[in-house]
Design a protein around this ligand. Sequence first.
Ligand code: F6P
Length: 537
Amino acid sequence: MKQEAWKKVEDAIAASKETTIKQLFEADPERAAKYTASAAGWTLDYSKNRFDANVMKALVKLAEASNLKAEIERMFTGEKINGTENRAVLHTALRNCDPDAKVFVDGKDVMPDVHNVLDKMGEFAQKVRTGEHRGFTGKRIKYVVNIGIGGSDLGPAMATLALAPFSKRSIRNFFVSNVDSTHLAETIREIKADQTLFIVASKTFTTQETMTNAQSARAWLVDQLKDEKAVASHFVAVSTNAEEVKKFGINTDNMFGFWDWVGGRYSLPSAIGLSLMIAIGPANFRMLLRGYWKMDKHFRTAKLDRNLPVILALLGILYVNGYHAESYAVLPYDQYLCRLPAYLQQMDMESNGKSVAKDGTPVSYATGPIEWGEPGTNGQHSFYQLIHQGTHLIPCDFIGFCKTHNPIGDHHDKLMANFFAQTEALAFGKTADQCRADGDPEHLVPFKTFAGNRPTNTLLANELTPETLGSLIALYEHKIFTQGVIWNIYSFDQWGVQLGKVLAKNVLKDITAETPSLKHDASTNALIAHYRKVLGR
Ligand code: F6P
């Protein structure tokens, strides 16, 4: 992080620290209007945060000092900004809706390949949806099971739920990710082999969980349909690894490709979105891409102080580095977005959960925060108590929509009343005098007082559609990118997940071997021995 520019942010924070959000509003009647910005179908009200004009100015200067504008260009133009893997980072090319766009990686325009794969996905999705693509015995496909994990699961799983109102309800979607056999077994109970399409989604096609689930699903299908040849009609692959796809027994004609410049957690708009496309249809999938693209263009061109992803990123940095907040909550007030927090967890924590700067030295400041959340209003009856009155500072993003897909009675007005009321309560709290005026007995006043001054962002769109979902995802992607630039860390690798994978392989040998070598630490050896004993090994 640029220390000189950060020092100015710290000075500005120190000068304004004692001023509460309430006082900031009292001092400036224009505050709400001043700190509300819109783009790509979304309005962001960020006025209920702990900053004054000087803090914001210093934060924007920090972004400038970090060369953010130049870094954005480097990403969009295919420079190899994923330094430890020497890869370009071009998820923005996947949703570039400009028909004349050219984006180069190693001198090759990637856009024709992007369009070809999208067209191939569209054709296949239509065939499944219309019944032209049938199972081995001639039956229509009624069940689509995506087998993948991490970025090859969370995106399509989140978005398929989110866009259920746009989906073909006669096809049911399932997502199997966990290597725990229960996940596959419970899915198999819901489906019929002769009407099921399995999509094996794995960038590398070597991920242990996915390949184990895929092999077991394949064995089940062959057992059910009594013919190896059935695999061709019931399995397709989404991968960058044609060799491994072939080895698995899937014809590469039934493979939908993508490229090493698409990170797993950024891959929903690639072929990884095939299960989603089958659910909502190619036209809606294109609208999703259009939404992403609108936010991409906004991020690339808008001034930093009116740039939604940049504003979210700077406020995040204010709390992580200025106020030492360890986490933030994403609170979607829409049941369809119930998996959004889990999806963003991987996007944020796998990207910015790093402690080494780009030059390989340890960072001297906090980086990626812990992201968590649940849909409103459920969270209100669970963890909001701590957000309102606990000792931790938890900045929150509230996400809501003016219209519902399911107008029943006054449900939506009540939902949104809670949505608005929570940010009001968090920011402005309730004083001891207000408690007394409400007739609270003196001994209860300390417990019923709300200090307020709890920061929130409010993100509001008219309606949850493929387009607004796309722009919402892009908003968070670019927020995370911006923070990575300012923290000077590599946001697009994930070495931290490797060690566990390697050790799990060694442990598996010891769990299954006739004579285990047990060369681990004393605790791990004892646990493995206990497990073996229970299983009689
Ligand atoms: O968890 C590590 C990771 O590499 C993620 O980044 C990725 O999304 C996931 O595993 C799945 O990888 P793949 O698509 O190669 O199976």
